[in-house]
Design a protein around this ligand. Sequence first.
Ligand SMILES: Nc1ncnc2c1ncn2[C@@H]1O[C@H](COP(=O)(O)OP(=O)(O)O)[C@@H](O)[C@H]1O
Ligand SMILES: [Mg+2]
Length: 344
Amino acid sequence: MISNETEVLPLSHVPLLEVKNLKTHFLTERGKVTAVNGVSFEIHPGEIVGIVGESGCGKSVMSQSIIRLLEHSDPIEYEGEIRFDGEDLLAVPLSRLRGVRGDEISMIFQDPLSSLNPVYTIGNQIEEVLRQHQKMSKKAARNKAIDMLRATGIPSPETRVDEYPHQLSGGMQQRAMIAMALSCEPKLLIADEPTTALDVTIQAQILELIVELNRTLGMGVLFITHDLGVVSEICTSVKVMYLGQIVEDTTTEKLFRSPLHPYTQGLIKSIPRMDGNRHEKLHVIEGTVPSLSDIPRGCSFSTRCPYADEKCFSEEPLMEKADVGHSVKCWHYARINSLEGRGA
Ligand SMILES: Nc1ncnc2c1ncn2[C@@H]1O[C@H](COP(=O)(O)OP(=O)(O)O)[C@@H](O)[C@H]1O
Ligand SMILES: [Mg+2]
């Protein structure tokens, strides 16, 4: 695990990204639905921040809102601020975002074909990014493209560089997309389940590459996943998302040692144990993530929470500081975790 509690100061005091009370509303035919509902957090240079939560919790909408990718396909309304290097990305024209994307901020997705163009070779596409964003000569861009393919573990990059996406296997395509996203040396990488579809060996190589660039370039990373095992390996801190909100926010070390929110506890209990009895029944969190048109009153997790009482069904808890660097959004976290009377 990379996190280290003795490392109190982040690499820089000035955040690279500051998300303040972000809300993302979709304007649908059946009315307005709120997929991201008041999210706030920071990423400093050199940090790897994990976002976890079940499918449908708003991780992808939140991460795509940061670079306003959704506006192209859906009617959207935002509230809040997204400060990147001091500039509010929600307040600038979309044309400015085009300069930021794939240059200062890169994004990688689960589906490589959403970023690779089928009619150009892999090399052409990486070279294009380098020539456009870093003003490299054709020859320098080609050499760097080959280097980046090599760095993602693609064998024989000198020949692969001239191939088209369809000539590569799924795992190679994923690595080529990652090479493209990282070739401009972004200040911030947003990775949305980038390795979920890959086999474990390739997944490990890609995680290693991301961590290496994070360490050598000080690249900030927002790493979205539903896999808590990956979080424990690479993330410095973690935000747990439920129904468009952050419900627990702390260091990776604390999250696994003393998870406070019943939702986080459920997620951790559902991790398959490598050393466990194979016939042991895996814990599941009862029920499913509610639809956005049916968000519960009070605490959004109340309908699935084993500890919920009247207060939880009627009043929304605030995010509360439970400990240094540990916040939680739950009325009863102190009682549930026997912290009452201990100054929590
Ligand atoms: N274009 C859209 N219009 C309306 N609702 C959407 C749209 N895209 C996503 N959603 C809803 O937003 C919520 C969060 O989705 P998403 O961010 O994809 O979840 P996650 O990435 O955590 O699995 C879901 O309820 C989903 O149905
Ligand atoms: Mg998603």
